[in-house]
Design a binder for this molecule. Structure first.
Ligand SMILES: Nc1nc2c(ncn2[C@@H]2O[C@H](COP(=O)(O)OP(=O)(O)OP(=O)(O)O)[C@@H](O)[C@H]2O)c(=O)[nH]1
Ligand SMILES: [Mg+2]
Length: 456
């Protein structure tokens, strides 16, 4: 029997293919386009190429990364131990027990073929200001899911970190730990507290940060309790007992996410990482090849100006101009070595024409008014009178100048489009991200991120 590929597997396979294609494109000679290999360019994009490769490696390992975040002593390490059902990482009442990142393997769904890597992190307040934001961003970028751990009232530092993490567009669960100490806490109360902080800082809408159903309550390592045992003979003994961790709610939420959308989440995050890396590569390439691009654009602007000026027939004017613009786009994409096919170049041109509609109208207008002037001059006199020839020269050079300027503008727009559009090919990262997001079911953690990811 043929095994039916699930939607999740399809997403996963598409992401793999897209990343492989991107790596072969950007690491290959094409990246240098029509210019010889450029040492400076190679050095400046090395990190982005590594990021592409890392995203593919992570897919190949089938590894979902779940990171903990939170202030010191909120119970991040205890939470990891509770999930692993083993005391693997050190915990303790002292501030700053965890000093560096630790990656731990977890296998909650052995038959699903997914590996989970739990990441224990130092407390957010262990690292100062800008470095903290940087660390948080970096870890979040490498994660597929974030467990933001709080215990007790949410502080300003926590709120800001939460806000910062949300902007990395990773799914996030707010884990309220130590419920054994705060039995009166409930989701709605935490949500209300967030609302208050939100209005105090006016940093954006609260929905962007968290929704009540993304909050779970746990006790990763409940406090010992004094147990009083009375024997039949009346003697009373007391002893300290350690209650079992209460983490079922989180465990269930995680299992459901992994089961329902684990592979799609992996695919999506790999594609987002690839999209960012490709956009960086495009940006740096365009910056470094600025001078050569300028020369190409001026050259085509001159060609077009001359071609349009000397051509006496209106339709040919427009057609010739269009061909010159297409050729310009092809030349630029070749110079940069950015992926663009002929079809896309045409597509690009349509977009450019639509976005610079005024300019197009200007060109058509000048073709009709001045072109008729040119053709009219030839038709009526066939250049026999000097007057007609002067009209021809005047209209032709004006029209040529307008057309040349048009090309110049198109060249500039094309640069921007090539930079932004390199991930929009058939198997491009942006195309696949949109495809996956359009297929995702409501009530999933990815669905929540749809809006933010689609806006890119
Ligand atoms: N009462 C109670 N205490 C807890 C709970 N979870 C953790 N603790 C205690 O909180 C303290 C800090 O726990 P850790 O797991 O080390 O916290 P952490 O966030 O990893 O701390 P750092 O690594 O120092 O940033 C320890 O003394 C734990 O025993 C809980 O659910 N209830
Ligand atoms: Mg710790």
């Amino acid at each position: 029997m043929v095994k039916k590929t699930s939607r999740q597997d399809a997403h996963f396979n598409q992401a793999r293919a897209s990343l492989q294609q991107a790596i072969s494109w950007y690491s290959g000679f094409r990246r240098h386009g029509s210019s010889p290999p450029d040492e400076r360019l190679q050095t400046s994009v090395r990190k982005d190429l590594q990021s592409l490769q890392a995203a593919l490696d992570k897919l190949d390992r089938n590894a979902i990364r779940i990171s903990t975040f939170g202030l010191v002593s909120c119970g991040k390490s205890s939470l990891i131990n509770a999930l692993l059902k083993e005391q693997v990482v050190a915990t303790g009442p002292l501030h700053g027990v965890t000093q560096s990142l630790t990656i731990l393997r977890w296998n909650p769904l052995p038959d699903k073929g997914l590996n989970v890597e739990l990441i224990d992190t130092p407390g957010l307040d262990e690292v100062a200001g800008e470095a903290r934001a940087e660390m948080a961003r970096e870890i979040a970028q490498k994660s597929d899911l974030i467990l933001f751990v709080v215990a007790g009232d949410i502080t300003k530092t926590e709120y800001e970190a939460l806000y910062e993490l949300r902007s990395t567009q990773k799914p996030l669960i707010l884990v309220f730990n130590k419920v054994d100490l705060y039995p009166e806490q409930d989701r709605q109360k935490i949500y209300r507290q967030l609302q208050q902080l939100n209005s105090a800082h006016s940093m954006g809408s609260l929905e962007d940060i968290i929704s009540p159903n993304e909050i779970v309550m746990v006790a990763a390592k409940p406090q010992q309790i004094l147990v009083r045992v009375e024997s039949i003979d009346g003697t009373v003994n007391t002893s300290w007992e350690t209650p079992e961790p209460q983490i079922e709610e989180l465990q269930k939420a995680l299992e459901q996410i992994l089961q329902k959308e684990g592979k799609s989440l992996l695919a999506l995050n790999a594609l987002v990482q690839a999209r960012d890396a490709e956009a960086n590569i495009a940006h740096k390439t365009i910056e470094l090849r600025q001078e050569e691009a300028q020369q190409i654009i001026s050259k085509y602007a001159r060609y077009k100006a001359i071609a349009v000026a000397i051509n006496p027939i209106i339709v040919l004017d427009l057609l010739g101009g269009l061909i010159a613009d297409l050729a310009l786009i092809r030349s630029l994409s070749k110079l940069y070595g950015l992926p663009i096919t002929t079809y896309e170049a045409g597509n690009l041109l349509r977009r450019i024409l639509a976005s610079s509609g005024g300019l197009l109208l200007g060109e058509i207008g000048s073709s009709l008014v001045l072109g008729v002037g040119k053709s009219g001059a030839i038709l009526t006199s066939g250049f026999e009178s000097t007057g007609a020839f002067t009209v021809y020269l005047g209209t032709a050079s004006l029209q040529g100048a307008i057309a040349g300027y048009g090309t110049y503008v198109i060249g500039r727009v094309a640069q921007v489009y090539l930079e932004k559009g390199c991930t929009w090919g058939e198997m491009g990262a942006s195309t696949l991200i949109n495809e996956i997001l359009s297929q995702i079911e409501p009530n999933t953690i990815i669905y929540r991120l749809r809006q933010e990811l689609l806006q890119q």
